[in-house]
Design a protein around this ligand. Structure first.
Ligand SMILES: C[S@@+](CC[C@H](N)C(=O)[O-])C[C@H]1O[C@@H](n2cnc3c(N)ncnc32)[C@H](O)[C@@H]1O
Length: 231
C-alpha cells in the first residue's frame, strides 16, 4: 500500500484524464454503479451527506441528484477542483459544497454532523482503514449509514477469469496510453487484488463497530456495495 503522499501524487498526476478513463475502462457502467450507490445510501432531500474521497465529484453528483445536501471532500486538491464546474453544469451547485484537505483518517468535521457517509473507490487507497472507519462513526449521527462502493471479487467463476485478464492485461495498457502514467493504472488492478473480498470487508466493518452490515454485488461482483449503520 503506497503512503498517503504517494496516493495524492498519483491522483494529482491523472486528474485531468480521470473521468474519461473511468467511463472508457468501465464501458460507461460507472454511472449505473454510482446510481445504485446513491439509492442505497439513503440520500434524500433534507439529509446531509459526506462524500469522502470524492475525487472529481461524480459520486457527489449522484447523491445530490436525489436531493441531498452533499459535502464533497478529498485530500487531492487536483481531483477535487474539477468537481465544481460539473456541479454547475448539472445545476446542482446549490446542493454540493467541495471541501479540500480532508483525509479520510482525520476528517475536519464535527462529531455527529452528517446523516450518512459515502466513499466510492476510495477506501481501497486508505492506508489505515480502521482509522477511517472510526472517523466515519465519529462524524455521523447515531443511526447514520456508511455506504462503500468498491471494486471487489467477482463471484461468477468463468467471468472471473475474463475479468482478471481484462484488468491485468488490457486496463493498464489503455490507462497508461491515455493518462501517460504507467504506474497508476498498474496500481489499480494490484490494489483491487489485495483488497479484502466482500465477506472480509463486511467483517472489518463489524469489527470497527458498524451494525446491520451487509453487501450487494453489482455486475457479478466486479464491484460491491457495503453498508453499515452507526448504533
Ligand atoms: C478512484 S478516486 C474516486 C473518486 C470518486 N469517489 C469516484 O467515484 O469517482 C479515489 C480518490 O480517493 C482519494 N483518496 C485516497 N486516499 C484518501 C484519503 N486517505 N483521504 C481522502 N481521500 C483519499 C484520492 O485522492 C482520489 O481522488
Amino acid at each position: 500500500m503506497p503512503e498517503g503522499k504517494q496516493v495524492q501524487a498519483m491522483f494529482a498526476g491523472i486528474a485531468g484524464k480521470y473521468d474519461l478513463l473511468n467511463h472508457l475502462l468501465s464501458g460507461g457502467i460507472d454511472f449505473y454503479w454510482w446510481l445504485r450507490m446513491a439509492r442505497a445510501s439513503g440520500a434524500a432531500q433534507g439529509r446531509r451527506m459526506l462524500d469522502v474521497a470524492a475525487g472529481t465529484g461524480d459520486s457527489s453528483i449522484a447523491l445530490a441528484k436525489r436531493g441531498a445536501e452533499v459535502v464533497s471532500t478529498d485530500f487531492t486538491h487536483a481531483m477535487l477542483r474539477l468537481g465544481p464546474s460539473k456541479f454547475r453544469q448539472k445545476k446542482l451547485e446549490s446542493l454540493i459544497w467541495a471541501s479540500s484537505d480532508a483525509d479520510a483518517q482525520a476528517l475536519p468535521f464535527k462529531n455527529a454532523s452528517f446523516d450518512g457517509i459515502t466513499i466510492c473507490y476510495g477506501i481501497r487507497n486508505v492506508e489505515a482503514r480502521p482509522r477511517a472507519y472510526a472517523e466515519f462513526l465519529r462524524v455521523m449521527k447515531p443511526g447514520g449509514q456508511v455506504t462503500i462502493l468498491e471494486f471487489s471479487t467477482p463471484v461468477v467463476p468463468g467471468f472471473r477469469g475474463l475479468y482478471t485478464w481484462y484488468s491485468l492485461k488490457v486496463l493498464p495498457r489503455i490507462g497508461a496510453l491515455i493518462s501517460g502514467d504507467k504506474s497508476a493504472y498498474s496500481y489499480l488492478p494490484e490494489s483491487i487484488r489485495t483488497f479484502p473480498d466482500q465477506k472480509r470487508l463486511a467483517e472489518e466493518l463489524e469489527a470497527a463497530g458498524f451494525k446491520e452490515v451487509h453487501w450487494t454485488n453489482l455486475t457479478g461482483g466486479i464491484v460491491a456495495l457495503h453498508v453499515g449503520r452507526k448504533p
